[in-house]
Design a protein around this ligand. Structure first.
Ligand code: AMP
Length: 286
């Protein structure tokens, strides 16, 4: 497994692989790898000749610089997970290499960035679209893998790839969860035991809403209230949003019968968690 730190070296490797008519799968991460990231790697390794994992804690996507400083960094165990999962290259550029003095161009995200995380975290998605563009330009992938855990991020990247004609297939991978339902996240290690216990209410509320939807309760208002009630009853510090949206455009919708996604952001004991469930279209066979 190679470790590459500069965009030029990364491009040279990728061009060489492409010249052999081999395919490249790409998994961008900020490190602190867990089983959710490993699942993305598995999808990539299974579908491509070579897989590149990037590890880069991107300062441009943190709107609070303290969060950037506090972000867990576990490079050595990340390398082990990468090797165990069959990664060919770990691309790990430094901040100075990614954003040398004088860098000023940014990629403006599209309409999917306007709701939910967008207004809550100003500049976040611009940081994401800019860094993903740079990472695509360095790794030259055929396919890139993103977790549905960050559903809005996936929608923003899909829009960007489509609108800017990136020759990359964007693939969404299902969320990996703990046994009790909590979505795996690098932030979970910051939860106190009590907050960890309470945070399961997010997935419980989402799963209950999905069950109601399948039983033809398709009013967004009712489903949102269901999710909110589960979370409120569990000592949640603050619910930032519970939204029900069209899974492609992320526009709010009032009825879920044609399919939807429910997205949540909530705080537990100083830790901000996000999660979502997809609601499949209901086939009305009556
Ligand atoms: P990050 O944790 O921000 O480094 O995320 C890197 C990639 O891993 C993103 O595409 C995330 O959506 C994805 N990811 C994070 N947590 C999970 C999870 N629990 N299941 C599946 N993918 C995940």
């Amino acid at each position: 497994m190679l470790i590459i730190e500069s965009p030029r070296e990364m491009q040279t490797w990728a061009q060489e692989i492409r010249s052999q008519a081999l395919t490249i799968g790409f998994v961008p991460t900020m490190g602190a790898l867990h089983a959710g990231h490993a699942s993305l790697l598995q999808h990539s390794v299974n579908a491509n000749d070579k897989s590149v994992l990037s590890i880069f804690v991107n300062p441009a996507q943190f709107n609070v610089s303290e969060d950037f400083e506090k972000y867990p960094r576990t490079f050595h165990s990340d390398l082990e997970i990468a090797a165990q999962n069959g990664v060919s290259v770990v691309y790990a550029p430094s901040v100075d290499v990614m954003y040398p003095p004088g860098t000023s161009v940014r990629v403006t995200p599209g309409s999917a960035a306007q709701t939910m995380e967008g207004p809550m975290r100003p500049g976040h998605f611009e940081g994401v679209t800019t860094v993903v563009t740079k990472l695509f330009n360095a790794t030259l992938p055929h396919r890139a893998y993103f977790g549905k855990k960050d559903f809005q991020q996936l929608a923003v990247i899909r829009q960007m790839a489509r609108d800017l004609d990136f020759p990359v297939e964007i693939i969404g991978v299902d969320t990996v969860r703990e046994n009790d339902g909590l979505a795996l996240s690098s932030r979970n290690i910051r939860l106190s035991p009590e907050a960890r216990h309470n945070a399961v209410s997010i997935s419980q509320g989402l799963f209950e809403a999905r069950r109601l939807h399948l039983n033809r309760t398709n009013s967004s208002e009712t489903l949102m209230k269901t999710v909110e009630t589960f979370i409120r009853n569990s000592q949640c510090e603050k619910i930032e949003y519970v939204e029900i949206c069209d899974p492609n455009t992320l526009e709010s919708i009032g009825d879920t019968a044609c399919g939807a996604v429910i997205c949540v952001a909530a705080w537990f004991d100083g830790v901000r968690l996000i999660d979502n469930v997809e609601l499949k279209p209901i086939n009305d066979e009556r």
